[in-house]
Design a protein around this ligand. Structure first.
Ligand code: NAD
Length: 453
């Protein structure tokens, strides 16, 4: 070994021998301290106790100030009573708000063990209901892919999500197949207002059924989405409608009621389209004649949605709430069809979105009525609109439209019991939020998209 190497290893004033001597004398001193002294004495000496106490105080302050590692104030729910069916990315932790389940606030979760967001497709996500659903899913921490052909939907409904890395928008018609790797599919794509679904009735049905160019069997819309769900093992939720009850002979309507639908009327493209979509979904759920993975079933959920209103509805789409609000704002008479004594139930959109998400996350296939059981005649609704917007608004009567149902009111006992869900926003509370949005869109007033729901 050269002298330069030795110099490098030992301080200049120390020879190798003196270094060994000092090391061994230090070791002996430490051994003497440890073996002879009492451990309490050891802690009390040289400020050790002070340092320990100081460390404990600092750690306590830190954990009080930062109880959770996540910036999102999410609650992680562990289902203790009924474990959910395993979904590819759902594993054992769900982020939902179920009053019936037990909530555990978990403290710091080591990086890499945090709940993974789901990847979710929302067809029709640029529409009225879809865009609100997208907002809730993204706020929950999931990644959302919207599929929409913009027939009635608008990019404006989603523009506030552009640039969010967990959001994607695909212009695509659901009658064409598409392949995406996802955990859940909310299937909303379908024109929902009479003005739009009557515009191209054949297309309305096609959104649910059509002839596949390859096999010439009934395939498309709903079938495409069911096929996608099956292929990738995703859970599938169909947004059906109270229109499946037609002009109901039972009141209020329970899910067990089979309905009273005119199969050849002008509304049939919508009503029958949705009824067949339900049939297909149930056939897929039962796994009839379909090769499937895992437990031989596709996890399907069916929601029967009753009249829903809120910000981002299409203006002038022929639906009664949007009609009345737009007419009152423009100082036009409110058009009431028939004698105005027909009844409807009006649900605010945030209540619906909550119901859809609970249905998707829950254990029950359905169908579930999702609607507000508060029942209003058209004349009563017109009165609420007058009170909210313009007490002097006039009412104009017109002949009723074909096959207009006389009564509509959901029985929501099933959703209450099995989903722990019921609407919380009354018409008088929800309507002003919609009016604020319509006023901005009709008169171009300054935009405020923060709908307080
Ligand atoms: N809003 C209600 O009161 C109500 C009541 C019952 C059922 N529903 C159901 O809820 C769903 C959403 O309704 P909404 O009120 O948001 O309607 P909407 O018209 O605002 O939204 C429907 C969306 O689907 C898109 N779409 C239509 N056909 C498509 C196709 N072939 N491919 C891709 N995208 C397509 C439209 O562009 C639009 O963005 C619909 O399935 C509707 O039948 C709604």
């Amino acid at each position: 070994m050269s002298s330069s190497e030795l110099k490098h290893r030992f301080p200049e004033s120390q020879s190798p021998n003196t270094y060994d001597d000092s090391l061994s004398s230090n070791l002996m001193a430490i051994r003497a301290t440890c073996s002879s002294a009492n451990p309490i004495n050891y802690i009390l000496r040289e400020q050790r106790l002070h340092c320990m106490l100081l460390g404990i105080v600092i750690a306590t302050i830190f954990f009080l100030l930062f109880p959770q590692s996540s910036s999102h104030d999410h609650q992680i729910v562990t289902t203790l009573t009924k474990p959910m069916k395993i979904m590819p990315r759902m594993l054992d932790q769900q982020i939902v708000h179920y009053p019936s389940q037990i909530h555990h606030r978990v403290g710091r979760i080591p990086l890499g063990l945090k709940r993974k967001g789901l990847r979710i497709v929302v067809t029709g996500g640029a529409g009225f209901v879809g865009s609100h659903l997208v907002d809730r899913l993204i706020a929950r921490g999931d990644s959302v892919i919207v599929i929409d052909n913009f027939f009635t939907g608008r990019k404006e409904n989603l523009m506030h999500q552009f640039g969010n890395p967990r959001f994607e928008l695909i212009r695509h018609d659901v009658v064409e197949p598409i392949l995406l790797e996802v955990d859940q599919i909310y299937h909303l794509a379908c024109p929902a207002s009479p003005v739009h679904y009557k515009f191209n009735p054949i297309k309305t049905i096609i959104s649910f059924l059509s002839l596949s160019p390859s096999s010439l069997t009934n395939v498309a819309g709903t079938l495409n989405m069911l096929g996608l769900a099956k292929r990738v093992g995703a859970r599938f939720l169909l947004t059906s409608t109270s229109e499946v009850y037609g002009d109901p002979l039972q009141h209020p309507q329970k899910e067990t009621y089979w309905g009273n639908v005119n199969p050849i009327g002008v509304r049939s493209c919508y009503d029958e389209g949705k009824r067949v979509a339900e049939t297909l979904s149930m056939d897929y759920h039962r796994g009839a004649g379909i090769e499937v993975a895992l437990d031989n079933k596709l996890h399907v959920r069916i929601a029967r949605i009753f009249n829903t209103y809120g910000p981002r509805m299409c203006i002038d789409d022929g639906r009664v709430v949007s009609n009345f609000v737009a007419q009152a704002l423009r100082k036009e008479p409110l058009t009431v069809y028939g004698d105005g004594k027909q009844t409807r139930s009006f649900q605010y959109v945030s209540d619906l979105v909550e119901g859809l998400m609970r249905l998707m996350e829950g254990d029950h296939v359905g169908p579930f009525n999702l609607g507000n059981p508060g029942e209003f005649t058209m004349l009563e609704l017109a009165k609420v609109v007058q009170e909210t917007i313009d007490p002097n608004a006039k009412i104009e009567f017109r002949p009723n439209t074909e096959d207009d149902p006389h009564k509509r009111k959901p029985d929501i006992s099933r959703a209450k019991e099995l989903l722990g869900w019921e609407p919380t926003v009354s018409l008088r509370k929800g309507l002003p939020l919609m009016v604020q949005d319509f006023r901005q869109r009709i008169f171009g007033e300054q935009k405020d998209t923060s709908f307080v729901e």
